[in-house]
Design a protein around this ligand. Structure first.
Ligand code: DGL
Length: 292
């Protein structure tokens, strides 16, 4: 029988975005086998209700757990925001989301104690990064203020004692990244619209709270200016995966050709086309599954 430590890691996302997390796993933990599942039939999750995202996420998790994975990574920020607790309650394997590691990274990095968070509408509405940061800082009462009146200007300020968090949904960053428009004029203009409000605030740290945003790092950094640390939840999450594997004695035996298998719920051709750009390498072994 296969040892638990030699089983693959399972990574799931609403679509291709989680490949930014997978890429980071392959960089930090190159010997681990990985099964990746993208729910391309029902992407995007970022505009859906908590109930729907939770239902989809439980189905995706069940598929990967059924494949005998040793640890599940919920690479999607929106799924982590809405469904992590439900997934942890349902399945009896180690499960790691991206919100808590990103929150930890932000708290460690900020010296001004002013943090910006950007993500999908769902992630921002859920306030999950705010709750995670608050929990890390001792759980203080929150005061929420809203700034701006028109759609692109609207952002929230949450005061947690001496720490202030500014949150902003940036939904158009997702299609821009998928279209390969991560650094052109449209991307710069979009980033200026979305980030104009946050830029006026004295933040020194900005959390890229969505799988796609690391692809727009260059533009985001250009618009926000020097001196703003960008926290990539993927990097922080993989540190946590590594620590968990070591703690549980589950590190895989390094192999020369570790398994990378991809499952999607729809349109494998599109996943290949966009995914290879996200992953910066060829995708072999892709299979369309029927989640019903
Ligand atoms: N993967 C999603 C996230 O990180 C972005 C794409 C979507 O909305 O499904 O929140």
């Amino acid at each position: 029988m296969q040892k638990i430590s030699d089983r693959p890691l399972g990574v799931f996302d609403s679509g291709v975005g989680g490949l930014t997390v997978m890429k980071e796993i392959m960089r930090q933990l190159p010997g681990e086998d990985i099964l990746y599942l993208g729910d391309t039939a029902r992407v995007p999750y970022g505009i859906r209700s908590a109930e729907t995202v939770t239902r989809y996420s439980l189905e995706m998790a069940a598929f990967l757990v059924g494949k005998g994975i040793k640890l599940l990574v919920v690479a999607c920020n929106t799924a982590s925001a809405f469904a992590l607790t439900a997934i942890k309650e349902r399945f009896d394997i180690p499960i790691i989301g991206v919100i808590e590691p990103g929150a930890k990274g932000a708290v460690k990095t900020t010296s001004s104690k002013k943090i910006g968070i950007i993500g999908t509408e769902g992630t921002i509405k859920s306030n999950s990064y705010v709750h995670a940061i608050n929990a890390l800082c001792g759980g203080r009462p929150t005061v929420i203020k809203e700034h701006g009146v028109i759609r692109f200007d609207r952002y929230f300020e949450v005061c947690l004692g001496d720490l202030t968090i500014f949150t902003k949904a940036c939904p158009l960053f997702v299609p821009l990244a998928e279209e390969g428009w991560a650094s052109n004029d449209v991307a710069v203009l979009t980033a200026e619209h979305y980030l104009g409000g946050l830029k006026k605030e004295p933040i020194d740290t900005l959390v890229l709270g969505c799988t796609h945003y690391p692809l727009l790092k260059g533009v985001i950094s250009k618009v926000m200016g020097d001196g703003i640390a960008l926290i990539d939840s993927a990097q922080e999450t993989v540190k946590e995966i590594n620590e968990t594997l070591i703690r549980l004695g589950m590190e895989g035996t390094p192999s020369a050709s570790p398994l990378r298998k991809f499952y999607v719920t729809d349109a494998p051709e599109r996943f290949l086309k966009v995914g290879e750009r996200f992953l910066n390498q060829e995708i072999e072994h892709i299979e369309k599954i029927n989640y019903d």
